[in-house]
Design a protein around this ligand. Structure first.
Ligand SMILES: Cc1cc2nc3c(=O)[nH]c(=O)nc-3n(C[C@H](O)[C@H](O)[C@H](O)COP(=O)(O)O)c2cc1C
Length: 197
């Protein structure tokens, strides 16, 4: 166990299925987190009350978003954690709609960065994505949305771990995919610890 200050990682599970392929793969990836001294805070947008952005532009002046729901806590976590991990399925080449509402409601971060010239520290991120098809461009839409979502909080888009031809129940995920997620997670967690040394 790492004796240094515990790191906090926000795990965003974007599938509306509470028990989902992408969620299971992320959980496998982060299985060693406690051992590595990393606290995982997991959120499922489907379980949160998140209204869509209405483009009122209140945040453009730095004023708080006027919509009263669960987003203040989500934004507080996105701003304060040491790392972010995202798991998502492909839904019509994009992320599921509940998750897209969360992303759109990060417009206050975009305003802080691009209008108000504020900065946040950059932090590491991991992305796991699954698609039922084998299409070469299955993740193009997802990757653009996640890239610019992360950009708003000063995080560079990492190389995602992508799984095609995954259309099963989570209990039936291929061993090969579970092994790949575990290896990916180990590398990611050790990069977080390395960063601290
Ligand atoms: C509404 C909906 C849209 C989908 N769109 C796509 C798609 O565009 N491309 C694709 O390859 N799979 C698509 N799928 C299949 C899912 O990506 C696939 O079943 C995935 O394994 C689900 O992951 P999850 O269990 O993490 O939610 C779609 C599934 C649903 C329910």
């Amino acid at each position: 166990m790492n004796e240094k200050a515990q790191k906090r990682l926000l795990a965003l599970h974007l599938s509306p299925r509470r028990d989902s392929n992408s969620s299971r793969l992320l959980e496998v990836a982060l299985a060693g987190a406690a051992e590595a001294g990393v606290e995982v805070i997991s959120l499922w947008p489907i379980e949160l009350n998140i209204e869509p952005c209405i483009a009122c532009e209140t945040c453009f002046s730095g004023a708080p978003c006027p919509i009263a729901d669960d987003m203040p806590r989500v934004r507080e976590l996105l701003e304060s954690v040491d790392a972010v991990a995202i798991a998502t399925p492909s839904y019509f080449y994009g992320i599921p709609s509940q998750a897209k509402a969360l992303v759109d409601r990060c417009q206050p971060f975009w305003a802080r960065k691009y209008i108000l010239a504020e900065t946040l520290p950059s932090r590491p991120a991991a992305v796991i994505e699954v698609a039922g098809s084998g299409g070469a461009r299955a993740f193009d839409g997802i990757n653009l949305t996640i890239k610019y979502f992360l950009d708003s909080i000063f995080i560079d888009m990492p190389e995602p771990l992508s799984f095609r031809h995954i259309d099963c129940e989570p209990k039936d995920l291929p061993e090969e995919a579970l092994r790949a997620a575990a290896d990916f997670g180990k590398r990611f967690l050790s990069s977080l610890i390395e960063k601290e040394k």
